[in-house]
Design a protein around this ligand. Structure first.
Ligand SMILES: [Zn+2]
Ligand SMILES: [Zn+2]
Length: 751
């Protein structure tokens, strides 16, 4: 009796075929297994019927840790073929149906780590140690099926020993496509900033790099998905030097620590955070700092109460900690903010040589760029700040199946794109700020990569409502070139839709609060309460429209928001802070004239109000990275009390925010900043919750969601949740895609 078994899901590059081989052997069954590229894996199995049934049952139960079996289709076939044994066949390029998925990169596993530091192992200290369970995937694969020759490992001919392991079904590197060793694998080398080779022997290069780091040098380190810039994290002088040369004045740097024990010396670590930090993904986890720890320089995340931490996720990273007692390193991606991370050796030499002292590189090409993922626990729930390495390109399943193949191009900053096929959405890795030409180039390159991996042709293109976003222009060109239907989706409607899709709902009331989204009236939105379905939405309430004196300048210098919100009465306060304006009193005079003449755009943005509060309280006068004033406001507010207890003032469908700023300024000498910052957040949270509850009641809706960049604020989110749940509504927050703009493309795709 022969059965044809077709398995779809994540069954490539995860040790699935060797697993099937061993399983068949254990039941004494004969047959074959073959990779069908995009279409999954096909097994032919011959033998005793009961044993075959047990075999099929075990496929799902005993599948390897990284495999995700989506569907198993079984048919009995009339086949005269007699199998002599069980064998793994070379994959062919036939694609019978759509279904299989490229796996994401996987952080180094414990078995590999053990071998890495085992003097007797033949891969002792080998920087590119991987196995069937771990290593790069998404970043090395050119096309499916996932075989060595279709990865950037094809140029490294296996040595005899590696080949023996690769072809031995009982070896844990059986069919591990990235198998390598000292003899046959990629080589690491160390260069100085002029490009002169310091060491071209892998172990020596790493050893020297580690020593140079310990001595306070800044080194560009090539990893799996791009370059990082590394330096010691405890030395103020070194970290400040890095800030200066990167021109990142305040933006927090992520750090990498030797192990999880080192983390607990400078940050609080809950059980869930620990599990995530040490998981196979090994993302950056945002943790609460412990006061007074000397292990980390205060320049690493200035003005914030949190710090982003990850563990070594490749052997190369782990080795940097092996010598010289290094416990913590700054490990920040090598790029200007919003620009794509450097991935190419020559490009690194060209663009980073005036930033770093040395380069630690290797000779394996990075096929696809992929930034580190960043995860934070907001309201004690896992929340993506950036969904990238380790998660991409895993699909997110949605409830409704569509016949269209949709490409959604995302917003403008913090962009991801999204491909919808059937009932699966594929969210891209983090792309960045597409107003930069280079970033848009990365966008197009990543899109081609996804198209190749998924083998799709689009039938519909979705984009933002803003006519001048690069992603909108790209969508228009694509729709004209391929004659595709094009759908414009309002930014906050997309936020709402992504939350609907994530939770499998059809309608909800959603608070969408962030920095900026182009409204249907052509104005700037960002503090709205919407009722919506996938098809439609209604803007029910919003924050008070406030002037942005000088337009975008008011985003960079939030005191301009204070000026606009308070108006002429702020004159005295502004002149007291003249030194906080780049052009001093002269600038203030112009601002006052603009207020008088009512020459300014307006916004209902929640982010801008929080920014204004931060600058009114002297917490942050200039925004040097996205969300800076609001994040510092939150850091200041930690542990505060609602000393003012301001009752939200709602007039018609508008929440008054002038009252908030006025009250704060009136009390500025009476209470300390911590409590006033807390009051500002509390007012916004209470106001938005009251509006949302009102909207839900009038629409007869059970679900109230919260999306947008302000949903990263732990205090605001937990306050809204508490108030909403007190009124017996179901509160929803994002857990599969980022609440910020990184999740917008998923909403666009599903509308
Ligand atoms: Zn491994
Ligand atoms: Zn080898």
């Amino acid at each position: 009796m022969i059965f044809n078994i077709h398995v779809t899901g994540i069954v490539q590059g995860v040790g699935f075929r060797p697993f099937i081989y061993r399983l068949a052997e254990s039941y004494g069954l004969k047959g074959s297994v073959i990779n069908l590229g995009d279409a999954g894996v096909r097994i032919k199995i011959q033998g005793d019927k009961d044993k075959i049934y047990q075999f099929i049952r075990d496929i799902k139960i005993k599948a390897p840790p990284l495999a995700k079996v989506k569907e198993i289709r079984i048919e009995e076939i009339e086949d005269r073929e007699e199998f002599q044994n069980f064998s793994i066949l070379q994959s062919d390029l036939e694609k019978e149906s759509q279904g299989s998925i490229t796996p994401p990169d996987v952080g180094i596993c414990n078995n590999c780590l053990k071998e890495l530091f085992d003097e007797k192992d033949r891969r002792y200290l080998h920087f590119f140690i991987t196995c069937t369970d771990c290593g790069p995937r998404f970043t090395v694969i050119r096309s499916l099926p996932y075989d060595r020759e279709r990865t950037s490992m094809r140029y490294f001919e296996m040595c005899d020993e590696c080949r023996e392991e690769y072809t031995n079904p009982n070896n844990r590197r059986f069919h591990a496509q990235t198998i390598a060793c000292h003899k046959c694998g990629p080589k690491a080398f160390l260069m100085d900033r002029s490009g002169k080779i310091i060491s071209n022997s892998s172990v020596d290069a790493l050893k020297k790099a580690s020593k140079l780091l310990a001595k306070g040098n800044i080194i560009a380190v090539k990893g799996n998905g791009g370059f990082h810039i590394a330096c010691t994290a405890g030395d103020d002088e070194v970290v400040e030097r890095l800030r200066k040369s990167l021109d990142r004045k305040q933006q927090p740097f992520a750090i990498m620590t030797r192990d999880v024990n080192a983390v607990e010396r400078f940050a609080f670590l809950s059980g869930d955070e620990k599990i995530l930090l040490t998981s196979e993904v090994k993302p950056i986890v945002v943790l609460k700092k412990k006061e007074g720890s000397t292990l980390i320089s205060s320049a690493v995340s200035p003005g914030l109460h949190t710090i982003g931490v990850m563990l070594p996720y490749t052997a190369l990273h782990a080795l940097l900690f092996h010598w010289n007692n290094i416990d913590v390193l700054v490990m920040t991606s090598a790029n200007k903010p919003g620009y794509p991370m450097v991935i190419d050796n020559q490009e690194a030499l060209k663009t980073l040589s005036n930033i770093v002292d040395y380069f630690l590189m290797h000779d394996r090409e990075i096929v696809q760029r992929c930034d580190d993922s960043v995860v934070s626990f907001i309201g004690n729930r896992k929340t993506f700040m950036r969904r990238s390495r380790g998660y991409v390109p895993l699909p997110i399943k949605i409830k409704n199946r569509t016949k269209e193949v949709v490409i959604a191009t995302g917003p403008d900053t913090d962009v991801t794109f999204c491909i919808l096929r059937g009932n699966q959405t594929f969210l891209s890795q983090h792309i960045g700020d597409t107003s930069h030409y280079e970033t848009m180039g990365f966008f197009k390159n990543a899109l081609q990569h996804f198209q190749r991996l998924l083998d799709v042709d689009f039938s519909l293109v979705a984009c933002d409502l803003h006519p001048r976003f690069s992603t909108t222009i790209f969508a228009r060109e694509l729709s004209e070139k391929r004659d595709l239907q094009m759908v414009h989706v309002q930014h906050h409607h997309a936020h709402l839709a992504s939350l609907l899709a994530e939770h499998g709902l059809e309608e909800m009331v959603c608070i969408t609060a962030d920095g900026f989204g182009y409204g249907t009236d052509g104005k700037a939105w960002g503090g709205e309460v919407l009722y919506g379905t996938f098809d439609n939405f209604e803007r029910m309430y919003h924050l008070q429209p406030q002037p942005m004196i000088g337009g975008d300048l008011a985003t960079e210098y939030p005191l301009r928001m204070v000026a606009g919100i308070i108006g002429k009465e702020a004159e005295e306060f502004l002149f007291q802070h003249a030194d906080k304006f780049p052009h001093g009193e002269k600038e203030i005079e112009i601002i006052l004239k603009q207020i008088k003449a009512k020459r300014y755009p307006i916004t209902t943005s929640c982010g801008r109000v929080l920014d204004a509060a931060a600058s009114a309280l002297g917490i942050c006068y200039r925004r040097t990275y996205e969300g800076e004033p609001a994040r510092k406001l939150e850091a200041t507010a930690t542990g505060g009390k609602d000393v003012l207890n301001i009752k939200p003032e709602i007039k018609g469908n508008v929440l008054d925010t002038t009252l908030l700023l006025e009250t704060i300024l009136e009390n500025i000498d009476r209470y300390d900043r911590k409590n006033l910052a807390y009051c500002a957040e509390e007012y916004i949270a209470k106001g938005l919750a009251a509006l949302a509850i009102d909207a839900a009641e009038s629409k007869g809706v059970r679900h109230i969601g919260f999306s947008g960049g302000c949903a990263y604020n732990n205090h605001i989110l937990t306050t809204i949740r508490r108030l909403v749940e007190k009124e017996n509504y179901i509160f929803l927050q994002h857990q599969k895609v980022p609440p910020g703009d990184g999740g917008v493309s998923l909403g666009q795709a599903t509308v």
